[in-house]
Design a protein around this ligand. Structure first.
Ligand SMILES: Cc1cc2nc3c(=O)[nH]c(=O)nc-3n(C[C@H](O)[C@H](O)[C@H](O)COP(=O)(O)O)c2cc1C
Ligand code: SF4
Length: 403
């Protein structure tokens, strides 16, 4: 099967096309170090044999953390990352005979910053659609001066990530967080708003800053293809609210010129329209419609920039058929890597089982029920209360059911 075949990116051999998507567990220590549950999750992931483990959202500044337990890489916490990356690689090597590439997702949460557990939004511009009903939150429209300091925060985090042993750095630009929000800052004044060049400036500056700060670690990005949010509050949409990938294609072409070889495609915003990037049951649209949107978008981008390597998202929706579906996406040339998010929480050994048995265990697959997202939104740690119930069901009962 194509899914099991090796592929080379950035001169590194990836043992197969299976990629574990970044999945935040909100279970770090107060200072941003890896916590006990964080370590547990990644060591379970490491037993899967996946080719790439894309480490979750990890903050580069304290004020840009999405929750008080979001991972935050800094001088005080870096050793915890170093130990974990080395444990991930050693575990995978001993259990599966291969080491995954481990990529860290570096982030600034912007509008969704909650470093002390309550909203402290740092926004690119005021957005009346987002802010309806939340007008009393302390919105801070970031100054150009503040934005220009973020470059250095990325450089520093990149140097620490290299020291920690990560193979790659994702300059995150998706899901409504700061860099993604800037892409729709059409009406912002100054150096970071208005034209395409200005709206993408901080993102590209940070790509360059990261590249220039490290020696032997590659740069990639998780990129929103489109926000699926009405103009002028979303990028990648026409004034008539149709998906328009022209700016995304332009971004990918520029990334290619900067030496980026891999782009992880996602879309939408998990806070207001979570079903767009994680099709689920009990959602306002049929999950198959959501899957088709993800497929069409990824395919159009792959066709437009065929020599870029892409990751397709959303595959957990396919449940017990997820690996067969992923194989079809690879064979059809829609994508180069197949990304699994919720499935990794529910059934971390799914790929290993598939290789051994030719199918997935129906009693272990993700049910697309969104309880993991509910846990996260309730302000506690995230995991799968259904399939990993011993650890997460008591928390679900306490934080979600009693609310
Ligand atoms: C609990 C939870 C945490 C997530 N954390 C992140 C994250 O840290 N970074 C990110 O880019 N996406 C994050 N996502 C989105 C997933 O990576 C993925 O795109 C989404 O779940 C759809 O893929 P799936 O159908 O395979 O789950 C998260 C999703 C969930 C449900
Ligand atoms: S809580 Fe539901 S959606 Fe989340 S991983 Fe578990 S089964 Fe999947």
């Amino acid at each position: 099967m194509l899914i099991n075949s090796e592929v080379i990116i950035y001169n590194k051999i990836v043992p197969n096309r299976v990629l574990f998507q970044p999945m935040e567990g909100c279970d770090g220590e107060k200072n941003g170090a890896v916590g006990e549950l964080t370590r547990r999750r990644y060591l379970r992931f490491a037993e899967s044999g996946a080719g790439i483990i894309w480490f979750e959202a990890t903050a580069v500044t304290p004020e840009g953390r999405a929750n008080p337990r979001q991972l935050y890489i800094n001088d005080e916490t870096v050793e915890s990352y170093k130990s974990l990356v080395s444990e991930i690689k050693a575990t995978s090597k001993s259990q599966c005979g291969s080491e995954p590439l481990v990529i860290v997702q570096l982030t600034h949460s912007g509008r969704f910053s909650k470093p002390k557990g309550t909203p402290e939004p740092i926004v690119a511009y005021r957005n009346e659609l987002w802010e309806r009903g939340k007008e009393n939150q302390p919105y801070t429209v970031v100054t150009d001066e503040y934005l220009s300091t973020i470059r250095e925060a990325y450089s520093k985090a990149a140097r620490l990530a290299e020291y920690a042993g990560f193979d790659g750095i994702d300059v995150k630009c998706c899901h409504g967080y700061l860099f993604n929000e800037l892409l729709s800052a059409y009406d912002r004044e100054g150096a970071y708003g208005g034209s395409f060049e200005n709206r993408t400036k901080l993102f590209f500056d940070c790509i360059d800053a990261v590249k220039n700060s490290v020696e032997d670690i590659f740069v990639t990005t998780r990129l929103n293809a489109c926000d699926c949010f009405p103009y002028p509050y979303g990028y990648g949409v026409t004034k008539e609210n149709e998906i328009d990938l022209s700016e995304c294609k332009k971004i990918i072409e520029i990334l290619k010129c900067k030496g980026v070889e891999l782009v992880n495609i996602t879309l939408g915003n998990p806070y207001l329209i979570p079903h767009i990037n994680r099709p689920c049951i009990n959602s306002p649209e049929d999950g198959n419609v959501g899957m088709k949107r993800i497929l069409d978008v990824t395919k159009e981008l792959k066709n437009a920039v065929p020599d870029m390597k892409f990751v397709m998202s959303g595959l957990s929706f396919e449940g017990v058929n997820a690996v067969d579906y992923a194989e079809k996406m690879l064979l059809d040339g829609v994508t180069d890597f197949v990304g699994f998010g919720r499935m990794t929480f529910a059934y971390p050994s799914f790929y290993r089982d598939f290789k051994a048995n030719g199918n997935l265990d129906k009693s272990k697959v993700c049910l697309k029920c969104s309880k993991c997202t509910e846990l996260m939104r309730a302000g506690t740690v995230a995991g799968c209360p259904v399939r990993d119930s011993e650890v997460y069901m008591p928390l679900y009962k306490e934080y979600v059911m009693k609310r």
